[in-house]
Write a protein that binds this ligand. Structure first.
Ligand code: GLN
Length: 201
């Protein structure tokens, strides 16, 4: 199982290190050829307006969409979740539109620009997750097939729709590997199911 981290801009090395800690092999993805090799893709934190432009320039937007539609799991952290969202409340720029949510950028206000909080996430067990928020988006709308996995102050901050996971916060910046392990389980499941969907249809 090989996991890719989109490496156009953002905290790529931190995710690769965290994936290694969680027991996975991981590579930086910069080209469509890199993308073809991986079983799952992480889009890290960074600057969404920049990365949305770079995705087109590096001819990665269409192949990522195609792979995810084909069942490749994708996890967006912070900027990555913005890029994967259906739309962005405060920005008129096309996204990858891979998860049926509307997000708002830099939503927690200036005073709360960066914070670490103990976030209850039932899907990860009883112990709250040490969630680091950095100029984080919140989720304003979730479509009917989106599962809300965690909230902060009444706003969604972790969601899943089938093979796509989104977190407003940065698990790669903590030593707690539970969200990485959760994503690796999604990747392992998807790999097991490869080829099964077509025969079932
Ligand atoms: N504020 C950034 C954006 O809108 C996201 C910040 C982050 O990824 N830590 O793209």
């Amino acid at each position: 199982m090989l996991v890719g981290v989109l490496a156009l801009q953002g905290d790529v090395d931190e995710h690769i290190a965290a994936l290694h800690r969680a027991g996975a092999e991981a590579i930086a993805v910069k080209t469509p050829a890199d993308l073809e090799r991986v079983d799952g893709l992480v889009i890290p934190g960074g600057e969404s307006t920049t990365v949305m432009k770079l995705l087109d320039r590096f001819h990665l937007a269409a192949p990522i969409k195609a792979r995810v539609k084909d069942g490749m799991p994708l996890w967006g952290t912070c900027m990555g979740m913005i890029v994967a969202a259906h739309d962005v409340a405060d920005l008129d720029q096309p996204t990858l539109d891979l998860i049926d949510i509307t997000v708002r950028r830099n939503a927690f206000g200036r005073q709360n620009e960066s914070a670490e909080i103990g976030l209850p996430v039932a899907a990860l067990g009883e112990e709250p997750f040490p969630a680091i928020f950095i100029r984080a988006p919140w989720i304003e709308r979730t479509g009917p097939s989106v599962e809300l996995l965690a909230e902060r102050d009444g706003h969604g901050v972790m969601v899943r729709q089938r093979d796509v996971l989104g977190t407003s916060f940065h698990p790669e910046l903590t030593s707690d590997a539970r969200v990485h392990a959760y994503f690796l389980k999604m990747v392992a499941e998807a790999k097991k199911n490869v080829g099964k969907t077509s025969t079932a249809a």
